[in-house]
Design a protein. Structure first.
Ligand code: UDX
Length: 456
């Protein structure tokens, strides 16, 4: 099949490359000529494991290319995916739909005959219906434009796998539309994936839009739940990691997304829960989602708690302190620093008088753009020189498995602070370090029997 994908960011570029991998002919469209040029030469403008190979395979096969020209896209295909960003509005909770609107305004008048626009961006409920009306209003007399919604659930770091082997595919259709062609077209696009037996759920437009934001709200709530519990654990001297293991064995609860620590960030969860609250208010259900305010504030409190922990480790003041921050991306296996908890903590520490040295395996360039005044080191060793405290704020593998003996000779004081509860406390303490963890110090039990008994 021939398809276009509007928007070539984390979502759109991944979708375009994966659609070519499925054998479709794909034209990616973006307003940024530099991004388009890089993609056409097989170079990814961001880091995503495995995606470079998929992109190159697509380009080499001749099935994948990119353009800034929406007229070319209008002629190229009858199926158009919409994967542009929906960031938070400045100074407001709601989502900024200007990119989504501009694709429709640009594309719709150029279409002739029957076309299907399949939205993938995360949007406030009601947007898809509104976009359908907007497209039809701008359409030529000989054009018939349908808008359907097919939310994307991919995680950065696992984007290729999540796109090619998703947990489910959700398709929202206009309930007034009696035509079954849209469903057939989408089934054809995803035929290979559906052959694997992936669940395919057809809903109305509003439900499909809400599935996405509800899923993200649930995940954010799960993380803030365990972080709230970690505050109690810390006060009571209990171990939140063992607690998460124990409650996670209950299949109704599940262990995933119960990792306490510095909390969530990134380009999705924070802005999506805020846009969801704003939309509920607009719809006249303002009380329904007030709990998400608490989810948000528990999450932001983790960053302040991390700053307090670092201040305590430096003897009560950050003035004159050298702090090493390991991790800047909002999570490992990504170079994305949008609303990164790690960078936010690094920035706060600097504002309070510390000299902060940051190292991240992939996110250095993006970090420099957002926080140009922090010091950026070339390696862990470079970052750790003269440190009064070393903070692990993103759980990259090379930080998790860092050998304390490697950094001991470099630092001024042997303080390690585990912002993601991912380090081996015993190893660091044995090497002579003072170990602190966000959410309370994990228990060191005298034998492994207690754990074995509980987990067994
Ligand atoms: C999220 C959703 O998972 C995905 O389905 C949706 O399409 C987009 O938003 P992503 O933003 O890539 O994906 O990251 P995710 O893996 O969900 O992690 C979000 C944040 O939560 C990260 O900052 C991560 O460090 C944090 N997190 C995650 C925790 O603090 N604890 C956990 O147990 C899990």
């Amino acid at each position: 099949m021939k398809v276009t994908v509007f928007g070539c960011g984390y979502l759109g570029a991944t979708h375009a490359a994966c659609m070519a991998e499925l054998g479709h002919e794909v034209l990616g469209v973006d307003v940024d000529p530099q991004k388009v040029e890089r993609l056409n030469s097989g170079e990814l403008p961001f880091y995503e494991p495995g995606l470079s190979d998929v992109l190159r395979r697509g380009i080499d096969s001749g099935r994948l290319s990119f353009t800034t020209d929406s007229a070319e896209a209008a002629d190229f295909a009858r199926v158009h995916f919409l994967g542009v960003g929906t960031p938070q509005k400045k100074g407001e909770y709601g989502a900024d739909l200007r990119h989504v609107h501009s694709v429709i305004d640009d594309l719709a008048p150029r279409l002739h005959g029957e076309h299907l626009i399949i939205g993938k961006s995360t949007v406030p409920v009601g947007t898809a219906r509104e976009l359908g009306a907007r497209a039809r209003l701008a359409a030529q007399p000989d054009a018939a434009i349908t808008v359907a919604w097919n939310p994307e659930f991919l995680r950065e770091g696992f984007a290729v796998d999540d796109t090619l082997h998703p947990d489910r595919i959700v398709l929202g259709l206009n309930a007034d539309d009696t035509d079954t062609r849209t469903e057939s077209i989408v089934r054809e696009v995803y035929a290979q994936i559906l052959d694997e037996g992936i669940p395919f759920l057809v809903t109305d437009l509003a439900t499909a839009e809400l599935v996405k934001v509800s899923a993200n709200a649930f995940l954010a709530t799960k993380i803030s739940f365990i972080n709230a519990i970690s505050e109690v654990c810390e006060a009571a001297g209990a171990d939140v990691t063992m607690l998460a293991d124990a409650i996670g064995h209950d299949a109704r609860i599940g262990r995933r997304f119960l990792n306490a620590g510095l909390g969530f960030g990134g380009g999705c969860l924070p802005k999506d829960i805020r846009a969801f609250m704003a939309r509920a208010g607009e719809l006249g259900a303002p009380q329904a989602l007030t709990f998400l305010r608490e989810v948000d504030s528990i999450n932001m409190r983790r960053r302040a708690a991390m700053v307090d922990l670092a201040t305590a480790a430096c003897g009560g003041t950050l003035l004159g302190a050298n702090i090493t921050v390991l991790g800047a991306a909002f999570k490992p296996e990504s170079d994305d620093v949008r609303d990164s908890p790690a960078l936010s903590v690094a920035g706060q520490l600097q504002l309070k008088g510390a000299t902060v040295s940051v190292f991240d395996p992939k996110a250095m360039d993006n970090s420099r753009r957002v926080f140009p005044t922090l010091n950026y080191a070339n390696s862990i060793v470079d970052a750790a020189r003269g440190a009064d405290a070393v903070l692990v704020l993103t759980e990259w593998n090379e930080f998790v498995h860092l050998d304390p003996a490697e950094v001991t000779p470099l630092v001024r004081r042997t303080n390690i602070i585990d912002g993601r509860r991912c380090l081996d406390r015993k190893a660091w303490e044995t090497a002579g370090w003072t170990y602190r963890a966000l959410g309370g110090t994990p228990a060191l039990l005298p034998t492994v029997t207690a754990n074995t008994l509980v987990r067994g």
